[in-house]
Design a protein around this ligand. Structure first.
Ligand code: NAP
Length: 500
């Protein structure tokens, strides 16, 4: 069950949103009365409520907005109980001063904004002892495995429990709460009024993550990255699983560089079924694998992990290389300039020397294309050029020589800096193939200028969808619904632009 949190400064806005949620069939709403700017009219808010309600009134020390006296706050909570509210949230230190009354159920809550304590079991026992109908523990996740500890606590508890990890690292604990038996999870109603970092807006939790369909048998996938907030892989893979009728959920895992090994060692305890891998883990992840797919050893980088359902053994793959080559080949064929199944390119200039550049350089080299690398940090260009037996041109000299193909493998032109391009328009020629790996937006300035000149253009969307589709095949053993994946990606990138 999802509890939707409402936090508004005025009674009438709170009531309007509460009525709206009632009409939407929401099971439970939390009214955050600490956000109300005037004297709180508890009776008015609870009369005619369309669904069960939790009354919460948080002090600043507990992450709330309450600015008036503690006495007034306790009066608000007592009044809510006297009015017969369905649940009241009481922090542990006031639980004993507000006794049980009537049918109101008591949520005894605890917050730690610095860490997830080591001994969660003792903390839970202490809270349950405060005459709790529901224990709620919300702590900051500093490590991805804090989610696991919290979720395992929830699963082992006999008292109904809500256990959530705050912060961006804690997002998985919010989505998987129901799978581990939590009484409910919390989600803010309004995406612009996120109450705590790592929260997922209600609509996204329902529609993208399909929270209510997640059960203990739902398989868990995700993307590991740092940062991860910008990743559109959850949008694409969740849409694909929904369309294909696969019982799986795909989450963003924020995994700082030093935490990769710890997460992978405990993968079987979640259990994780598969992971996409991106910055900064693509190279390090290879050392943790017990087996590898094609190309991984040669390239020294992987973007996909598949865990064996029985043994938990980890196999890694690289779907970037084939996706990049197929994106160029199939896009050119679709533009009626195919080369009979071959790329038909002799020379390519790759801008950038990071993970994307490496995959593309390998892919093009395998197709017999002569590769030149140009990178802002020239040392990285040399390292990559050596690996693929290619050449290097200084960043400032990238426009000097003509190439059949120019690839942008830097983030230049990516949202929000959409007015930037890594390659000057006056150096583009109609015979060139221009491949921009940036997919947000799809039509970057480079793409638009290349089209104006008459170049053949390949967009980052084509590569992104193909690498994700290949991952889908590895994990689910089925043909991917790539039309659904492409549409989900395009919708997500266009909605980002509309909001801003
Ligand atoms: P990465 O490993 O961090 O490498 C980024 C590269 O871009 C580095 O060579 C970096 O140079 C260079 N760079 C960054 N900012 C620059 C700037 N302002 N001017 C010049 N060079 C700059 O990242 P990655 O994984 O390769 O990803 C790079 C881009 O590729 C992403 O932003 C994304 O748009 C795209 N991508 C697309 C797909 C897809 O499927 N379509 C997949 C992966 C990536 P320094 O070493 O000097 O920092």
């Amino acid at each position: 069950m999802i509890c939707v949190s409402l936090a508004r400064g005025r009674h009438r806005y709170l009531l309007t949103e509460l009525r709206h949620l009632g009409q939407q069939g929401v099971d439970l709403v939390e009214l955050r009365l600490d956000c109300i700017q005037r004297k709180v009219q508890v009776k008015r808010l609870l009369a005619d409520r369309p669904c069960p309600v939790i009354v919460t009134c948080r002090r600043k020390q507990d992450g709330g907005h309450w600015e008036r006296t503690e006495e007034e706050r306790l009066t608000v909570l007592r009044t809510a109980i006297a009015e017969g509210v369905d649940y009241v949230d009481l922090e542990d230190d006031i639980a004993k001063t507000i006794p049980r009354f009537g049918s109101t159920r008591r949520i005894i809550s605890f917050h730690d904004f610095k860490r997830t304590p080591d001994d969660l079991k003792s903390l839970h026992a202490y809270l349950a002892d405060l005459d709790a109908d529901v224990v709620k523990i919300a702590t900051l996740a500093n490590h991805p495995n804090d989610n696991l500890r919290m979720l395992e606590l929830v699963r082992s508890s006999t008292t109904p429990t809500v256990g959530l990890c705050m912060g961006e690292i804690g997002t998985p604990s919010r989505v998987l709460a129901g799978q581990f038996g939590a009484t409910f999870t919390f989600a803010p109603f309004n995406p612009e009024k996120i109450l705590a970092p790592g929260q997922i807006p209600w609509r996204q939790l329902c529609e993208m993550y399909r929270y209510d369909a997640i059960t203990p048998s739902t398989k868990v996938y995700g993307v590991i990255a740092d940062p991860v907030g910008h990743s559109l892989s959850p949008v694409v893979h969740n849409a694909a699983c929904a369309a294909a009728g696969i019982d799986a959920v795909y989450l963003p895992f924020l995994v700082p560089k030093g935490h990769l090994g710890d997460l992978l060692k405990k993968a079987k305890r979640w259990p994780l079924a598969g992971l996409s891998v991106t910055i900064p883990h693509k190279e390090n992840v290879v050392g943790f694998a017990s087996s590898q797919g094609d190309l991984v050893e040669e390239i020294g980088a992987a973007n996909t992990i598949s865990f064996d359902g029985e043994t938990g053994a980890m196999k890694v793959f690289n779907t970037d290389v084939t996706a990049a080559v197929a994106a160029i080949q199939e896009s050119l064929e679709a533009q009626d300039v195919g080369f009979g199944g071959r790329l038909g390119l002799k020379t390519a200039l790759i801008l950038g020397a990071g993970g994307a550049a490496r995959a593309i350089a390998f892919g093009l080299r395998k197709q017999g294309v002569e590769v030149t690398i140009s990178s802002r940090t020239v040392g990285r260009a040399h390292t990559l050029a050596e690996l693929v037996n290619g050449k290097v041109v200084e960043w400032s000299g990238r426009h000097r020589l003509p190439y059949d193909c120019v690839v942008n493998a830097t983030p230049i032109g990516m949202h929000p800096k959409v007015n930037e391009t890594p390659f000057g328009a006056k150096h583009l020629r109609p015979y060139m193939v221009v491949f921009d790996t940036v997919y947000n937006p799809e039509n970057t300035l480079l793409v638009k200028e290349a089209q104006d000149v008459g170049c053949k253009v390949v967009t980052g969307v084509e590569m992104f969808v193909r690498q994700a589709a290949e991952q889908f095949k590895i994990w689910h053993g089925k043909e991917p619904p790539d039309g659904v994946m492409r549409l989900a990606l395009k919708q997500a990138t266009s909605s980002v632009r509309i909001i801003e």
